[in-house]
Design a protein around this ligand. Structure first.
Ligand code: ADE
Length: 180
């Protein structure tokens, strides 16, 4: 049987499978996609963390952050949010991209901001949202894209901070996740 790590977040408990992702790193795999209860709970909690932070747009990265950001955007009365993609799409106009190092992806990755979204971001206050912040590679790339587009990052939010990310004082999160 797969070993698990028990995550408790407020009233919710999840048994996360332990997955070896490299010879010396095993993660407790937290897959938010499909978990409507956790998504809704976390969005409510995160909305309280930004209650006193004026911002214009939430931004997230494909794909696990999307339902969370949809819920959080709606709860905070923001009709539109921005999704960074993992590849350039044919419909994008003047996309800009940044390389990413993510703990769960061995191949080189990038994050892409559509030029149309870059226009929206210009001069605006942006909150970055992710499900798990681990090495911080995705958030770092997202911040770089926001700044290249002329926006300002006013807060960085996640449900979980994994490993050393829990020591960071520039992110807000609801719970910690160990590495094994
Ligand atoms: N423990 C984890 N579960 C799911 N996605 C992750 N991304 C980084 N760490 C993760």
């Amino acid at each position: 049987m797969t070993k698990t790590y028990q995550l408790k977040l407020g009233p919710l408990t999840r048994n996360l499978p332990l997955i070896k992702i490299s010879p010396d790193v095993t993660i407790a795999s937290f897959v938010l996609l499909g978990d409507a209860e956790m998504t809704h709970y976390a969005a409510k909690k995160l909305s309280k963390l930004v209650a006193n932070v004026p911002f214009d747009y939430l931004i997230t990265m494909e794909s696990k952050g999307i339902p969370l950001t949809q819920a959080l955007s709606w709860l905070t009365n923001h009709d539109r949010y921005i999704v960074l993609r993992k590849s350039v799409k044919d419909y994008m106009q003047h996309p800009i991209s940044e390389p990413v190092n993510a703990i769960t992806t061995s191949a080189d990755q990038e994050l892409v901001l559509d030029g149309a979204d870059a226009e929206l971001i210009k001069g605006k206050r942006i909150v970055i949202v992710d499900d798990v912040i681990s090495t911080g590679g995705s958030v770092f790339a997202a911040k770089a894209l926001v700044e290249r587009a002329g926006g300002t990052v006013v807060s960085q939010l996640a449900i979980l901070a994994e490993g050393d990310a829990a020591e960071r004082d520039d992110i807000h999160y609801l719970g910690k996740l160990p590495l094994f």
